[in-house]
Design a binder for this molecule. Structure first.
Ligand code: SF4
Length: 338
């Protein structure tokens, strides 16, 4: 039996309870290594049944709820099981062989970390940020990291709407946590791409893998796409789509308008992604994440396309004869389809 009952303190603020809450931390990996538990024990030993069940629960919650909920942690054994459940969940996710699940799981783990970070001291948040390569100083974040992790398609997060001081962007504690959430999501997702699930994993979790695969297939069917008629796009959208396809850099508000509109008329994520693929700064992973976020595939909000008035103030409105009396680009499309 591994020595899981000792009190583990690496730093003043990183103990076993912390590692259970943030099992993606390098210290948690180190701790697992130190326990010298092999894969057979993890997968078959009764001692780890609780960790296996929690691992399954992590994946199910990621898929169904989009977030992983905390579990009560009373003692060191609770923490140890929670920490072990993380590599188990990762192996299960990889064994399902679905990029959709990889992305959804990475985001769900990151969201859980965000919820926990809101209750942490600044010192710990700065420490965690440093481990992720993010330069945080209290409630300030280096502007380069801000640009890397802020959801800048949202007006609230645009750098021009933020206070900048000596190269740092001033934020609230929760906003710092929100940016670290994105760094965690990226880290987990990129690690998952390099993990290999041993064949035994597929045997042990055979039933769960089948159930998860059919759930994913069901979800895919539930977002079955409608036929899209590009000829009936309003001129504002036509111009944005044509700019993106020609590799012209479309401003954030333009991207937002385009994605929300195309999603509302039933275009698939892959088709929307294809439109952006000629952009000079195209990054498939980043763009897919933004599209999935805006369209509510991996978030709780499906953003609505902006009204004509808003598009006009952004300088993206080029009305034609069908725009007369139109207040929303979706009305234009529906009217022309009829
Ligand atoms: S009036 Fe509305 S639909 Fe027409 S181009 Fe302007 S924003 Fe688009």
């Amino acid at each position: 039996m591994p020595p899981i009952l000792f009190i583990f303190i690496l730093f003043n603020f990183v103990d076993l309870f912390k590692l259970a809450k943030y099992p993606f931390m390098a210290e948690a990996k180190e701790w697992v290594k130190e326990q010298k538990v092999n894969i057979e024990e993890i997968l078959f030993d009764e001692l780890y049944e609780r960790a296996r069940q929690r691992g399954i629960e992590r994946v199910k919650q990621a898929l169904e709820k989009g977030i992983i909920y905390d579990t009560p942690l009373i003692n060191d054994v609770d923490c140890a099981m929670e920490i072990f459940s993380y590599p188990i969940a990762r192996m299960l996710v990889v064994a399902v062989e679905s990029d959709y699940l990889l992305r959804r799981y990475a985001l769900a783990e990151a969201k859980r970390a965000y919820e926990n970070m809101k209750n942490e001291e600044e010192d710990f948040i700065s420490y965690l940020a440093k481990e992720l390569g993010v330069e945080v100083n209290g409630e300030k974040i280096h502007f380069a990291d801000y640009l890397k992790y802020a959801p800048t398609w949202d007006m609230k997060w645009k750098l021009v709407n933020r206070e900048l001081k000596n190269g740092y962007v001033i934020l609230s504690k929760n906003e710092v946590a929100r940016l670290i959430q994105e760094a965690i999501r990226k880290k987990i997702y990129s690690e998952l791409s390099y993990i290999f699930a041993p064949p035994e994993v597929k045997k042990v979790f055979r039933n769960e893998i089948i159930a998860i695969k059919s759930r994913i297939a069901f979800k895919d069917k539930s977002v079955k796409m409608k036929e899209v008629k590009a000829d009936y796009f309003p001129p504002c959208i036509k111009s944005l789509v044509s700019a993106a396809k020609s590799g012209i850099n479309v401003p954030h508000v333009g991207r937002f308008t385009m994605v929300t509109f195309l999603n509302a008329i039933g275009m698939s994520i892959d088709e929307i992604l294809k439109i952006f693929s000629s952009s000079p700064d195209f990054n498939e992973e980043k763009t897919r994440y933004q599209i999935e976020h805006i369209t509510g595939r991996i978030s709780s909000t499906v953003y609505a396309p902006p009204k004509c008035d808003t598009i006009r103030t952004w300088g993206l409105c080029y009305p034609d004869e069908y725009c007369r009396g139109i207040k929303h680009p979706l009305f234009y499309y529906r009217r022309r389809r009829k």
